[in-house]
Ligand binder design. Structure first.
Ligand SMILES: Cc1cc2nc3c(=O)[nH]c(=O)nc-3n(C[C@H](O)[C@H](O)[C@H](O)COP(=O)(O)O)c2cc1C
Length: 195
């Protein structure tokens, strides 16, 4: 089967790394696609080698592959809108921050976790996979489903799979994926450009 053509890359004023220039977050996934074991391991390695404050590595991941009980448990906690498109994802990964260790607060735990997920998503892009992160889920339900202790905070759910714009996508998903993607300008990004 021919590869679904990718939409245009992110517009940048100067060239940046292919995996960053090409990264985007579709909701349209190929429901047959299975992430190869080697790719899954590489996503884990990318997250593992992310920097973290004092190298405390407070990031943890619950990984559910489509068709497994873990996937179903994660899926059940999503808000309805996210439930509409995630059944076709290959993986649902819960990103969990360890907020406290041995009675000490890990102040940058969520920051570190975000970096780990960013590394994972760039590695995914470089392997022809796609990632969409989600904040739309019931934290209490997820906590209960996996019996997470209070110091482990589920922060986001990461859908991983292979993009498709196939005709049988749930209503509106193709259109949303095809919608223009925008960013604030570089000037707006900089708080202080020159002293
Ligand atoms: C923390 C976080 C929470 C998000 N929550 C959702 C969500 O619940 N549902 C969804 O469809 N997309 C969600 N997104 C995806 C963003 O909307 C998306 O990354 C953003 O529009 C930029 O698009 P791009 O990733 O294609 O550049 C979330 C992204 C992040 C980083």
């Amino acid at each position: 089967m021919a590869e679904t053509p990718r939409p245009p890359r992110n517009e940048t004023s100067v060239p940046i790394h292919d995996a960053l220039a090409g990264r985007w977050s579709p909701r349209g996934f190929d429901p047959e696609y299975v992430v190869a074991e080697g790719d899954l391991t590489a996503l884990g390695e990318a997250a593992r080698w992310a920097p973290s404050a004092s190298n405390l590595q407070p990031s943890h991941f619950i990984v559910g592959a489509r068709g497994t009980g873990t996937f179903e448990k994660v899926y059940a906690t999503l808000v309805d809108f996210n439930k509409a498109w995630t059944p076709r994802a290959s993986l649902l990964i819960v990103a969990v921050a360890e907020l406290e260790r041995e009675g000490k607060q890990l102040r940058w735990a969520e920051y570190d976790l975000g970096q780990a997920v960013a590394h994972l998503s760039v590695e995914a892009e470089s392997r022809g996979l796609n990632v969409r992160q989600m904040g739309g889920f019931d934290v209490a339900a997820l906590r209960a489903a996996f019996d997470l202790p209070p110091e482990l905070e589920p922060v986001s759910i990461v859908a991983v799979g292979k993009y498709t714009d196939a005709d049988d996508l749930p209503e509106g998903i193709r259109e949303r994926d095809a919608a223009p993607r925008t960013r604030r300008s570089l000037e707006e990004l900089a708080i202080i450009l020159d002293a």
